[in-house]
Design a binder for this molecule. Structure first.
Ligand SMILES: [Zn+2]
Length: 315
Protein backbone atom coordinates (compact mmCIF):
# COMPACT_ATOMS: atom_id res chain seq x y z
CA UNK A 1 0.00 0.00 0.00
CA UNK A 2 1.35 3.42 -0.92
CA UNK A 3 0.36 6.98 -1.73
CA UNK A 4 -0.07 6.29 -5.46
CA UNK A 5 -2.53 3.50 -4.72
CA UNK A 6 -4.66 5.77 -2.53
CA UNK A 7 -4.52 8.58 -5.07
CA UNK A 8 -5.52 6.30 -7.93
CA UNK A 9 -8.06 4.03 -6.23
CA UNK A 10 -9.42 5.92 -3.25
CA UNK A 11 -9.79 9.52 -4.32
CA UNK A 12 -12.28 10.43 -1.57
CA UNK A 13 -9.86 9.29 1.11
CA UNK A 14 -6.94 10.89 -0.70
CA UNK A 15 -8.50 14.37 -0.80
CA UNK A 16 -9.85 14.09 2.74
CA UNK A 17 -6.57 13.07 4.34
CA UNK A 18 -4.22 15.18 2.25
CA UNK A 19 -6.27 18.22 3.17
CA UNK A 20 -6.50 17.37 6.88
CA UNK A 21 -2.83 16.56 7.32
CA UNK A 22 -1.53 19.57 5.38
CA UNK A 23 -3.65 21.86 7.55
CA UNK A 24 -2.60 19.91 10.64
CA UNK A 25 -6.25 19.24 11.42
CA UNK A 26 -6.66 15.47 11.44
CA UNK A 27 -10.01 14.67 13.10
CA UNK A 28 -9.93 12.67 16.34
CA UNK A 29 -12.45 10.15 15.06
CA UNK A 30 -12.33 8.88 11.50
CA UNK A 31 -14.88 6.29 10.45
CA UNK A 32 -13.96 4.32 7.32
CA UNK A 33 -16.90 2.41 5.94
CA UNK A 34 -17.17 0.03 3.01
CA UNK A 35 -18.59 -3.07 1.50
CA UNK A 36 -17.06 -6.30 2.97
CA UNK A 37 -15.25 -6.80 -0.33
CA UNK A 38 -13.07 -3.71 0.07
CA UNK A 39 -9.55 -3.98 1.49
CA UNK A 40 -10.69 -1.84 4.39
CA UNK A 41 -8.29 -3.01 7.09
CA UNK A 42 -5.20 -2.68 4.87
CA UNK A 43 -6.21 0.90 4.16
CA UNK A 44 -6.87 1.62 7.85
CA UNK A 45 -3.36 0.39 8.75
CA UNK A 46 -1.80 2.46 5.99
CA UNK A 47 -3.68 5.53 7.19
CA UNK A 48 -2.55 4.92 10.77
CA UNK A 49 1.04 4.76 9.56
CA UNK A 50 0.54 7.93 7.48
CA UNK A 51 -0.51 9.98 10.50
CA UNK A 52 2.99 9.88 11.99
CA UNK A 53 5.14 9.91 8.85
CA UNK A 54 6.87 13.28 8.60
CA UNK A 55 8.30 12.76 5.12
CA UNK A 56 5.08 13.06 3.17
CA UNK A 57 1.31 13.49 3.65
CA UNK A 58 0.86 9.74 3.20
CA UNK A 59 3.29 7.19 4.64
CA UNK A 60 6.55 7.07 2.65
CA UNK A 61 7.21 3.46 3.81
CA UNK A 62 10.93 4.24 4.12
CA UNK A 63 11.59 6.49 7.09
CA UNK A 64 12.34 5.12 10.60
CA UNK A 65 8.81 5.96 11.76
CA UNK A 66 7.22 3.99 8.92
CA UNK A 67 9.63 1.10 9.43
CA UNK A 68 8.84 0.96 13.10
CA UNK A 69 5.15 0.83 12.31
CA UNK A 70 5.68 -1.99 9.81
CA UNK A 71 7.61 -4.02 12.34
CA UNK A 72 4.64 -3.57 14.69
CA UNK A 73 6.81 -2.23 17.44
CA UNK A 74 5.32 1.23 17.51
CA UNK A 75 4.52 1.97 21.19
CA UNK A 76 1.95 4.62 20.29
CA UNK A 77 -0.23 2.45 18.14
CA UNK A 78 -2.99 0.16 19.32
CA UNK A 79 -5.32 -2.23 17.52
CA UNK A 80 -8.66 -3.55 18.72
CA UNK A 81 -10.35 -6.11 16.51
CA UNK A 82 -14.13 -6.14 16.76
CA UNK A 83 -14.35 -8.69 13.94
CA UNK A 84 -13.83 -11.60 16.33
CA UNK A 85 -15.37 -10.39 19.58
CA UNK A 86 -17.63 -7.74 21.08
CA UNK A 87 -15.63 -4.75 22.27
CA UNK A 88 -16.23 -4.21 25.99
CA UNK A 89 -15.80 -1.17 28.21
CA UNK A 90 -12.74 -2.70 29.94
CA UNK A 91 -10.83 -2.59 26.65
CA UNK A 92 -11.61 1.10 26.15
CA UNK A 93 -10.64 1.83 29.78
CA UNK A 94 -7.37 0.02 29.24
CA UNK A 95 -6.63 2.19 26.19
CA UNK A 96 -7.37 5.35 28.12
CA UNK A 97 -5.09 4.36 30.97
CA UNK A 98 -2.36 3.36 28.60
CA UNK A 99 -2.42 6.69 26.81
CA UNK A 100 -3.43 8.98 29.67
CA UNK A 101 0.05 10.50 29.85
CA UNK A 102 0.26 11.09 26.11
CA UNK A 103 2.43 9.53 23.49
CA UNK A 104 5.48 7.56 24.59
CA UNK A 105 7.65 8.87 21.76
CA UNK A 106 8.27 12.57 21.18
CA UNK A 107 6.25 14.53 18.68
CA UNK A 108 3.98 11.59 17.94
CA UNK A 109 0.23 11.20 17.65
CA UNK A 110 -1.26 8.22 19.44
CA UNK A 111 -3.23 6.20 16.91
CA UNK A 112 -5.56 3.35 17.32
CA UNK A 113 -7.64 1.31 14.97
CA UNK A 114 -10.89 -0.20 16.11
CA UNK A 115 -11.94 -2.68 13.46
CA UNK A 116 -15.66 -3.38 12.88
CA UNK A 117 -16.81 -0.75 15.36
CA UNK A 118 -20.45 -1.89 15.09
CA UNK A 119 -19.47 -4.73 17.45
CA UNK A 120 -19.09 -2.53 20.50
CA UNK A 121 -21.32 -2.44 23.57
CA UNK A 122 -23.10 0.86 24.14
CA UNK A 123 -21.29 1.15 27.49
CA UNK A 124 -17.92 0.87 25.76
CA UNK A 125 -18.92 3.31 23.05
CA UNK A 126 -19.97 5.89 25.69
CA UNK A 127 -16.56 5.55 27.33
CA UNK A 128 -14.89 5.94 23.96
CA UNK A 129 -16.85 9.04 23.01
CA UNK A 130 -16.20 10.60 26.39
CA UNK A 131 -12.48 10.01 25.92
CA UNK A 132 -12.68 11.89 22.63
CA UNK A 133 -14.74 14.74 23.98
CA UNK A 134 -11.95 15.76 26.34
CA UNK A 135 -8.80 14.93 24.39
CA UNK A 136 -5.92 15.48 26.80
CA UNK A 137 -3.44 14.01 24.39
CA UNK A 138 -2.90 14.05 20.68
CA UNK A 139 -4.86 10.99 19.69
CA UNK A 140 -6.64 9.77 16.57
CA UNK A 141 -8.93 6.77 16.34
CA UNK A 142 -9.53 5.15 12.99
CA UNK A 143 -12.76 3.21 13.19
CA UNK A 144 -13.82 0.80 10.48
CA UNK A 145 -17.08 -0.87 9.60
CA UNK A 146 -18.41 -3.05 6.82
CA UNK A 147 -21.94 -2.42 8.04
CA UNK A 148 -22.53 1.27 8.62
CA UNK A 149 -26.24 0.73 9.35
CA UNK A 150 -25.29 -1.19 12.52
CA UNK A 151 -22.93 1.46 13.93
CA UNK A 152 -24.36 3.36 16.90
CA UNK A 153 -25.70 6.75 15.71
CA UNK A 154 -23.74 8.53 18.47
CA UNK A 155 -20.52 7.25 16.92
CA UNK A 156 -21.52 8.02 13.33
CA UNK A 157 -22.54 11.58 14.17
CA UNK A 158 -19.25 12.33 15.95
CA UNK A 159 -16.98 10.86 13.29
CA UNK A 160 -15.59 12.09 10.00
CA UNK A 161 -17.00 9.58 7.55
CA UNK A 162 -14.99 8.32 4.60
CA UNK A 163 -16.29 5.76 2.15
CA UNK A 164 -13.74 3.20 0.95
CA UNK A 165 -14.35 1.83 -2.51
CA UNK A 166 -14.08 -1.78 -3.61
CA UNK A 167 -10.96 -2.31 -5.67
CA UNK A 168 -12.09 -4.17 -8.77
CA UNK A 169 -8.51 -5.21 -9.54
CA UNK A 170 -8.43 -7.39 -6.47
CA UNK A 171 -9.78 -10.34 -8.45
CA UNK A 172 -6.79 -10.36 -10.77
CA UNK A 173 -4.40 -10.18 -7.81
CA UNK A 174 -6.08 -13.21 -6.26
CA UNK A 175 -6.03 -15.06 -9.55
CA UNK A 176 -2.27 -14.62 -9.71
CA UNK A 177 -2.04 -16.64 -6.48
CA UNK A 178 -4.68 -19.30 -7.07
CA UNK A 179 -4.67 -19.67 -10.87
CA UNK A 180 -8.25 -20.82 -10.46
CA UNK A 181 -11.29 -18.86 -11.63
CA UNK A 182 -13.81 -20.41 -9.22
CA UNK A 183 -11.63 -20.06 -6.13
CA UNK A 184 -10.63 -16.49 -7.03
CA UNK A 185 -14.24 -15.46 -7.57
CA UNK A 186 -15.26 -16.88 -4.20
CA UNK A 187 -12.40 -15.23 -2.32
CA UNK A 188 -12.93 -11.83 -3.97
CA UNK A 189 -16.54 -12.00 -2.81
CA UNK A 190 -15.54 -12.80 0.77
CA UNK A 191 -12.82 -10.29 1.53
CA UNK A 192 -10.56 -7.56 0.21
CA UNK A 193 -8.09 -7.91 3.07
CA UNK A 194 -4.68 -9.02 1.83
CA UNK A 195 -3.86 -11.17 4.83
CA UNK A 196 -7.21 -12.97 4.70
CA UNK A 197 -6.87 -13.45 0.94
CA UNK A 198 -3.50 -15.14 1.39
CA UNK A 199 -4.82 -17.26 4.23
CA UNK A 200 -7.76 -18.53 2.18
CA UNK A 201 -5.82 -18.97 -1.05
CA UNK A 202 -3.21 -21.10 0.72
CA UNK A 203 -5.61 -23.18 2.77
CA UNK A 204 -6.16 -26.72 1.51
CA UNK A 205 -9.26 -26.91 3.65
CA UNK A 206 -10.71 -23.86 1.92
CA UNK A 207 -10.01 -25.36 -1.51
CA UNK A 208 -11.77 -28.55 -0.39
CA UNK A 209 -14.70 -26.43 0.75
CA UNK A 210 -15.05 -24.76 -2.66
CA UNK A 211 -14.74 -28.23 -4.22
CA UNK A 212 -17.57 -29.62 -2.07
CA UNK A 213 -19.79 -26.66 -3.00
CA UNK A 214 -19.09 -27.18 -6.70
CA UNK A 215 -19.81 -30.90 -6.35
CA UNK A 216 -23.11 -29.95 -4.72
CA UNK A 217 -23.90 -27.62 -7.64
CA UNK A 218 -23.15 -30.17 -10.34
CA UNK A 219 -25.34 -32.71 -8.54
CA UNK A 220 -28.09 -30.15 -8.13
CA UNK A 221 -28.19 -29.59 -11.89
CA UNK A 222 -29.31 -33.14 -12.56
CA UNK A 223 -30.30 -34.93 -9.38
CA UNK A 224 -31.52 -33.15 -6.27
CA UNK A 225 -31.42 -36.27 -4.15
CA UNK A 226 -27.77 -36.78 -4.94
CA UNK A 227 -27.15 -33.12 -4.02
CA UNK A 228 -28.60 -33.77 -0.55
CA UNK A 229 -26.12 -36.64 -0.11
CA UNK A 230 -23.21 -34.36 -1.00
CA UNK A 231 -24.22 -32.07 1.86
CA UNK A 232 -24.71 -34.91 4.31
CA UNK A 233 -21.57 -36.86 3.41
CA UNK A 234 -19.08 -34.18 2.45
CA UNK A 235 -20.13 -30.92 4.09
CA UNK A 236 -21.12 -32.20 7.52
CA UNK A 237 -18.14 -34.57 7.63
CA UNK A 238 -15.62 -31.80 7.04
CA UNK A 239 -17.08 -28.50 8.17
CA UNK A 240 -19.32 -29.18 11.15
CA UNK A 241 -17.32 -26.95 13.49
CA UNK A 242 -19.09 -23.60 13.80
CA UNK A 243 -16.47 -21.28 12.29
CA UNK A 244 -15.97 -23.65 9.34
CA UNK A 245 -19.72 -24.07 8.91
CA UNK A 246 -20.12 -20.31 8.68
CA UNK A 247 -17.50 -20.03 5.95
CA UNK A 248 -19.13 -22.94 4.14
CA UNK A 249 -22.51 -21.13 4.14
CA UNK A 250 -20.82 -18.03 2.71
CA UNK A 251 -19.08 -19.94 -0.07
CA UNK A 252 -22.24 -21.85 -0.98
CA UNK A 253 -24.38 -18.73 -1.03
CA UNK A 254 -21.89 -16.89 -3.29
CA UNK A 255 -22.04 -19.75 -5.82
CA UNK A 256 -25.82 -20.12 -5.56
CA UNK A 257 -26.34 -16.38 -6.14
CA UNK A 258 -24.16 -16.61 -9.23
CA UNK A 259 -26.03 -19.69 -10.46
CA UNK A 260 -29.30 -17.83 -10.97
CA UNK A 261 -27.66 -14.79 -12.53
CA UNK A 262 -27.67 -15.44 -16.27
CA UNK A 263 -25.75 -12.27 -17.09
CA UNK A 264 -22.58 -13.34 -15.31
CA UNK A 265 -19.50 -14.70 -17.00
CA UNK A 266 -20.07 -18.12 -15.39
CA UNK A 267 -16.89 -18.40 -13.30
CA UNK A 268 -18.12 -21.67 -11.73
CA UNK A 269 -18.79 -23.31 -15.07
CA UNK A 270 -22.40 -24.17 -14.22
CA UNK A 271 -25.25 -25.24 -16.44
CA UNK A 272 -27.34 -22.17 -15.81
CA UNK A 273 -30.23 -23.33 -18.00
CA UNK A 274 -30.78 -26.35 -15.76
CA UNK A 275 -30.26 -24.40 -12.55
CA UNK A 276 -32.61 -21.62 -13.59
CA UNK A 277 -35.47 -24.12 -13.60
CA UNK A 278 -34.83 -24.60 -9.87
CA UNK A 279 -34.68 -20.89 -9.20
CA UNK A 280 -37.34 -20.86 -6.46
CA UNK A 281 -35.64 -23.58 -4.46
CA UNK A 282 -32.26 -21.89 -4.89
CA UNK A 283 -33.62 -18.57 -3.62
CA UNK A 284 -35.11 -20.31 -0.57
CA UNK A 285 -31.71 -21.88 0.17
CA UNK A 286 -29.91 -18.53 -0.22
CA UNK A 287 -32.35 -16.94 2.25
CA UNK A 288 -31.81 -19.77 4.69
CA UNK A 289 -28.01 -19.47 4.42
CA UNK A 290 -28.18 -15.71 4.97
CA UNK A 291 -30.22 -16.25 8.10
CA UNK A 292 -27.66 -18.76 9.32
CA UNK A 293 -24.77 -16.37 8.58
CA UNK A 294 -26.29 -13.35 10.27
CA UNK A 295 -27.62 -15.19 13.29
CA UNK A 296 -24.20 -16.73 13.93
CA UNK A 297 -24.31 -15.91 17.65
CA UNK A 298 -27.38 -18.09 18.10
CA UNK A 299 -25.17 -21.18 18.32
CA UNK A 300 -26.58 -22.91 15.32
CA UNK A 301 -25.96 -26.40 14.28
CA UNK A 302 -24.88 -27.43 10.80
CA UNK A 303 -26.87 -30.65 10.86
CA UNK A 304 -30.02 -28.57 11.43
CA UNK A 305 -29.25 -26.12 8.62
CA UNK A 306 -28.41 -28.87 6.14
CA UNK A 307 -31.54 -30.73 7.17
CA UNK A 308 -33.54 -27.64 6.21
CA UNK A 309 -31.73 -27.27 2.87
CA UNK A 310 -32.38 -30.90 2.06
CA UNK A 311 -36.03 -30.46 2.97
CA UNK A 312 -36.29 -27.56 0.47
CA UNK A 313 -34.61 -29.69 -2.20
CA UNK A 314 -36.77 -32.77 -1.76
CA UNK A 315 -40.20 -31.25 -1.24
ZN1 LIG B 1 7.59 7.60 6.48
Amino acid sequence: MNKEYIEKKQNILFTFFENAKTKNKIPHLILLHSDPKANLLDIAFYLAKSINCKEDTFACNNCPRCEKFDKQIHPDFHFIDGSDHTIKKEEVDELQNHFSLGAIENDTTVVYIINEIQNITSEASNALLKFFEEPKVNVVAILTTTNITKVLPTIVSRSSLVNIKVDEDIYSDIYKITQNTAVSTVISNITGNKQQILQLANSTEFLTMVGVCLHFMSSLQTNEKQATFVLLNEAIANFKQQSKALLFYKVLSIILIDSINKQNSNPFNLNKELLFEKKDKIISIINLLNQAIYKQQANLNMIGIIGQINYILLK
